[in-house]
Design a protein around this ligand. Structure first.
Ligand code: NAP
Length: 250
């Protein structure tokens, strides 16, 4: 019996990085996973891998910034599964610039994906999640908790995700929906690949205050997501789960 056996899950940004490993872990533990992304080919490849390993998954195209995409995705899930137990709002983008040098377009792009995308997802999915002991997991960052150089829009957006999570925890508890945020530290994914695997100075700067001498593996964050998705976390609500190798403790 898997840890999320029989549950229905939706993961955004599931084509690569942590969204891929969240999708794979949830499927391995028995969930029917709707893997979504704007990258159709890569998302379908993730689904093929899950199905080949005996898991249950389907791909649905979703740009989290588009309300009409959310309408199509939730209609498809209602049709194929009837309900939703787990929503992982994972899709995110990074712009590496200080706030005072960030353009309007860069600011809007980051907030559109990282904040509006999470809000649209919650609003679209709640009707499918009511009264099922469901779980919403919003992927924030350590940079939703502390500052850092040269990422003003990103840090502001991840701080917004942290408090959106808490407001939704208050508003959705009456529907039996738990809402929590996950705060990864420095994770080795396509988002950070060039920074972590370029020159030693950049790697040191990005690793920042991490107490481990390596970045986190995506699947190590997926274990935290799996805990919050499962009934093992039945009293964990409005919480912020930090997975950062000691970064914010330092
Ligand atoms: P990643 O490797 O860049 O993967 C992100 C995925 O999200 C990609 O498949 C990307 O597709 C997709 N995506 C981006 N914008 C989208 C949109 N509008 N609609 C749908 N999908 C979209 O990122 P990651 O490192 O796994 O990060 C996952 C989450 O963790 C993000 O929210 C990120 O901010 C957060 N996080 C990452 C780190 C880290 O160190 N990597 C640390 C803390 C928090 P495209 O390729 O088409 O853009």
């Amino acid at each position: 019996m898997g840890r999320v056996q029989g549950k229905v899950a939706l993961v955004t940004g599931g084509a690569m990085g942590m969204g891929k490993t969240h999708s794979e872990d949830l499927a391995r533990e028995g969930a029917h996973v709707f893997v979504t992304d704007r990258d159709v080919a890569a998302g379908e490849a993730v689904v093929q891998g899950i199905v080949a390993s005996g898991g249950k998954a389907e791909f649905l195209a979703l740009d989290v910034t588009r309300e009409s995409d959310w309408d199509s995705v939730t209609a498809a899930i209602a049709d194929r599964a009837g309900h939703l137990d787990i929503l992982v709002n994972n899709a995110g983008i990074l712009v590496l610039k200080p706030a005072h040098e960030t353009t309007n377009d860069e600011w809007d792009a980051v907030f559109n994906v990282n904040v509006r995308g999470v809000w649209l997802g919650i609003r679209a999915c709640v009707p499918l999640m009511k009264n099922r002991n469901a779980s919403i997991i919003n992927i924030s960052s350590i940079y939703g908790l502390v500052g850092a150089p040269s990422a003003g829009a990103y840090i502001a957006s991840k701080g917004a995700v942290r408090l959106l999570t808490k407001s939704c925890a208050v508003d959705l508890v009456g529907f039996g929906i738990r809402v929590n945020s996950v705060h990864p530290g420095v994770i080795d994914t396509p988002m950070t690949r060039d920074l972590l695997h370029g020159d030693a100075e950049t790697r040191k700067a990005i690793m920042g205050a991490t107490l481990f001498d390596r970045p986190c593996r995506p699947e190590e964050v997926s274990k935290a997501v799996l805990f919050l998705a499962s009934d093992e976390s039945s009293f964990v609500h409005g919480a912020e789960l930090v997975v950062d190798g000691g970064y914010v403790a330092n």
